[in-house]
Design a protein around this ligand. Structure first.
Ligand code: ZN
Length: 356
């Protein structure tokens, strides 16, 4: 190992990119990376909820939701549900490990709350800043920073010169939410988003020989069936006289201080449930999900695509780059379905980071 020179690691998340759409026709750039590197063709496995912030917190910490405490996009703070970005992960992050090991890091994300969710303020470079987004920044179809804005920040911020870059592109998530996973508009947009990836690859080219590039997604989406009435888990708990603090989100509902999954799954409209954590007093943090296409919460029905349940758990899992360690990473991904918890340790190993 004395000759080992750690790579520059770029971890690029294409939010909601469906694994089944990856191929030479729709995503030729990603496909050429896969051909030169490797992937897991049937995809990786997300944490539950299969939503954005729980999985990004896991990417950054290497632990499952019971440890970092971001079970869904919104979390219970003891008195109300708040965006998980205001709380952040409860465990240390890869950005902390990098800092403690003398390595530089950056997090450039297409979501104003993502930096907080990943605990990435300790990175040397992070974007966007918290607070309202500047009017001059281009937006995607749901108002998040466009991929072009993220790419511009990748260049302007100096992130390309750091040892570890987390790069998050929100555009596929917004597109699938707005149009649904199978719409013609979505397919066309996936093709265009692959061009954005090509731009990133061009920017990485000058140091390609030193680079390990992971391109992954955090979850998929499923089509919302507009003919089915949404579930309101708050109302369901009340009606059954059950305790707990419930919250509706996509195709899941979460209950803090819950009587447990065995009880929650008895509720009429619930397809199934699992305890994500058990409290000392015998209560649980329980995640419940609906049948196909049925959402929780009326506001979530305005969109054509949603996620959260085990049906949207598949992640894109690819690796490429010119560094010699790419072959080892490709072997790892191919050997078994990678779990979202795997990446932080893999990256820490590549960068020789000391981890807790
Ligand atoms: Zn997402």
């Amino acid at each position: 190992m004395t000759d080992y020179k750690p790579p520059r690691v770029v971890f690029l998340i294409e939010d909601s990119l469906p694994n089944g759409r990856v191929g030479p026709d729709l995503t030729p750039t990603l496909w050429s990376l896969i051909e030169r590197g490797g992937w897991r063709s049937d995809g990786g496995v997300s944490v539950l909820a299969s939503s954005t912030y729980p999985n990004h917190a896991t990417f950054a910490t290497g632990v499952d939701v019971a440890a970092h405490r971001i079970f869904t996009n919104d979390v219970w703070n003891g008195s109300e549900f708040v965006c998980s970005s205001t709380v952040g992960p409860a465990t240390s992050t890869i950005f902390d490990w990098a800092k403690a090991s003398g390595r530089s890091s950056a997090a450039i994300t297409g979501d104003t709350t993502m930096v907080g969710c990943m605990g990435a303020r300790t990175a040397d470079i992070s974007w966007p800043p918290s607070g309202p987004l500047d009017d001059s920044i281009p937006r995607d179809c749901l108002g998040y920073p466009a991929n072009s804005a993220v790419i511009e920040q990748l260049v302007d911020s100096g992130a390309l010169e750091t040892d570890l870059v987390f790069l998050h592109m929100n555009d596929p998530d917004s597109t699938l939410h707005l149009h649904g996973p199978d719409a013609d508009m979505t397919i066309e947009r996936i093709r265009e988003i692959d061009d954005d990836l090509a731009t990133v690859v061009d920017l990485l080219a000058p140091r390609w020989a030193d680079t390990v590039l992971f391109v992954v997604s955090d979850h998929e989406q499923e089509a919302v069936n507009q003919d089915i009435e949404p579930i309101d888990l708050v109302v369901e708990l009340d009606r059954a006289g059950l305790p707990g603090h419930a919250h509706n989100e996509g195709t899941v509902g979460i209950v803090y201080d819950s009587p447990g999954a065995a009880v929650i799954k008895q509720l009429g409209p619930i397809e199934d449930a699992v305890d994500l954590d058990l409290n000392d007093d015998g209560t649980a943090v329980t995640l419940a999900w609906s049948g196909p296409g049925r959402v929780f919460g009326r506001s979530n029905k305005t969109l054509a695509g949603q996620h959260g349940s085990p049906r949207t758990r598949t992640q894109v899992a690819t690796v490429s780059g010119g560094h010699p360690a790419v072959a080892e990473m490709a072997t790892f991904l191919a050997a078994k379905r990678p779990h979202a918890t795997d990446y932080a340790r893999l990256i820490a190993g590549l960068l020789d980071l000391s981890t807790p």
